[in-house]
Design a protein around this ligand. Structure first.
Ligand code: AVJ
Length: 332
């Protein structure tokens, strides 16, 4: 391998293109109820990513801190048990503390030489964090992939500097997918695995509804801004005429489906043109549009989800308060 290198690749199929977005948003706005939750990626433009970073520091949003605390205690063990030589990270974001904990352990156990392959929707974030990582880990080979984690390119797992790989999908993002989409996503991912490759998945755990709802209805109103930012993304990219102030943020816990659902409720009757779709969208007063689902798991439901893919569960790690879980599974 050639250490100390950064390469950026663009995934095929243009999953982030405006024409794909137009198709997705047209479908979402035409369904009943209006539903954009199948495409959480549109929440994360520059502003949305920034707002999410703020969310991770909110007192009510325990997930990021809980997951980091698990990794602080377990990163080393995970790397040693898997013997991994490359970290593949889906939806990496800006390579924050959690990534660094894994990279510290990975490089420490591979004489400084290791691979890191982040996949994220933002090229800018990949480039900046990639450059920073090369300075901090001189022996690292970084292959950055710009794309949607649901459509990883073949070369993400077909090429790369070292096996076995540790594929990390942190933050509880898998909870944004419906059970069907989770199955399809995990099945497709694992098809690229070789014997010994490992998957590390972060899941938010079921707990009392008050704690869950507080995490998505923070007092500072950052989650509400994050939610409404989606309207601005549609305005910017598709010529929409949404006024975010005419919508209200809601995020109830729907116990039947073990998930938080984020909604935007129209405060009034309104008709909103979306120029590039050639559509006008009508809202009745109080009518809602779902914008995200965030599924909560038990250790049993999380295990089942991974076992269905044919992987063997190698560990389930949790924080002291059992707020969040990390599942480690290996390709036998
Ligand atoms: C980054 C997808 C894990 O579902 O909790 C935070 C996104 N949405 N607040 C989550 C989010 C509202 C977050 N994930």
């Amino acid at each position: 391998m050639t250490p100390g290198r950064l390469e950026i690749f663009h995934c095929g199929g243009c999953p982030l293109s405006t024409s794909r977005m137009a198709d997705d948003v047209r479908r979402g706005l035409s369904s009943a109820p209006k539903d954009l939750s199948p495409w959480p990626k549109y929440l994360y433009d520059g502003e949305g990513s920034h707002l999410f970073e703020e969310i991770t520091r909110l007192p009510e949003y325990y997930q990021t801190r809980a997951e980091a605390s698990i990794l602080r205690r377990r990163a080393e063990e995970i790397v040693v048990r898997t013997g991994c030589r490359e970290l593949v990270e889906l939806g990496s974001g800006a390579a924050g503390e959690k990534t660094l904990l894994l990279l510290d352990a990975l490089t420490a156990h591979n004489g400084g030489c290791a691979g890191y392959a982040p996949l994220d929707v933002s090229e800018d974030v990949l480039r900046k964090s990639g450059e920073r990582l090369l300075r901090e880990y001189p022996g690292l080979t970084v292959r950055g992939f710009v794309g949607d984690f649901e459509e990883p390119p073949e070369r993400l797992l077909a090429e790369g500097p070292g096996a076995p790989r540790l594929v990390a999908f942190l933050g509880g993002t898998i909870g944004n997918l419906t059970p069907r989409r989770r199955r399809r996503f995990l099945g497709g991912l694992v098809r690229g695995f070789r014997r010994g490759d490992a998957l590390l998945v972060g899941v938010d755990l079921v707990k009392d509804a008050r704690t869950l709802e507080a995490a998505y209805n923070d007092r500072a109103g950052i989650t509400a801004r994050f939610n409404k930012n989606l309207l601005r993304v549609i305005n910017d990219r598709l010529g929409g005429g949404f006024d975010p102030d005419l919508f209200e943020h809601r995020a109830p816990y729907v116990a039947r489906d073990s998930r938080i659902e984020m909604w935007l409720l129209s405060r009034t009757a309104q008709r909103i043109p979306v120029k590039n779709l050639g559509l006008t969208i009508s809202f009745a007063p109080g009518e809602g549009m779902r914008t995200e689902i965030s599924t909560k798991f038990t250790s049993a439901s999380a295990r089942r989800m991974l076992e269905e893919t044919g992987l063997r569960i190698a560990g389930f790690y949790t924080d002291e308060a059992r707020l969040f879980g990390l599942l480690l599974a290996v390709q036998p």
